[in-house]
Design a protein. Structure first.
Length: 202
């Protein structure tokens, strides 16, 4: 069933703006993309853009929330209630790698955020929040693994482990985004993720 059927005209318009902005921001960057260009691609007025989003920075923030939600949806579609914490952790990491491979424009929005954060305090706060949310989920699964006794040692530092795993996944995603050999890298990372986790938690 088409999910757009139950959406209002305003919701459909807002979603089209977000999806168009994702494409243009990823293609041209934030600074080189104008609200007018987004409006032209959507075949709407610039006034409509600013009806939904007060300014371009707020639009970018909403674009980020949108792609993060898409990422989370991909992950949630791969887990089941009966899975143990180790399986959920592996699925979380694999879903992030798959997301970067299958939806590179969405993943590029996160890279733009990090670039933006270097010179913009509001974006730096948003980037920090985004990193912390991802790390908190890793910590949650690592703590569950500790409770389930699937971590090799109870003395492992959960916070340090979560930072290491997050850095690895971010690195994998960036390599997939920038490489000419995306498919090869994607397949290698998907194959190696369980070995990486095994070595990391020993």
């Amino acid at each position: 069933m088409d999910k757009t059927i139950n959406k209002s005209k305003g919701q459909r318009s807002r979603e089209k703006i977000l999806e168009t902005a994702i494409h243009l921001f990823a293609q041209k960057g934030f600074d080189q993309t104008s609200a007018q260009e987004i409006a032209d691609r959507c075949k709407i007025s610039q006034t409509t853009i600013f009806y939904h989003f007060k300014n371009k920075k707020i639009l970018f923030t909403e674009v980020l929330h949108y792609v993060v939600a898409q990422n989370r949806s991909l992950f949630e579609g791969k887990i089941a209630a009966h899975q143990d914490a180790h399986s959920k952790l592996i699925n979380l990491l694999k879903s992030n790698i798959e997301w970067a491979y299958r939806y590179p424009e969405q993943a590029q929005i996160v890279l733009i955020l990090f670039q933006f954060a270097v010179t913009d305090k509001e974006m730096a706060i948003l980037a920090t929040q985004t990193i912390h949310r991802g790390r908190s989920l890793l910590e949650e699964y690592l703590k569950l693994m500790l409770a389930e006794k699937t971590l090799s040692s109870p003395d492992l530092n959960i916070q340090s482990l979560s930072v290491t795993i997050q850095q690895y996944i971010h690195g994998a995603m960036i390599q997939i985004l920038v490489s000419q050999d995306k498919k090869i890298l994607y397949e290698l990372f998907m194959q190696d993720i369980e070995l990486f986790i095994k070595k990391t938690i020993q």
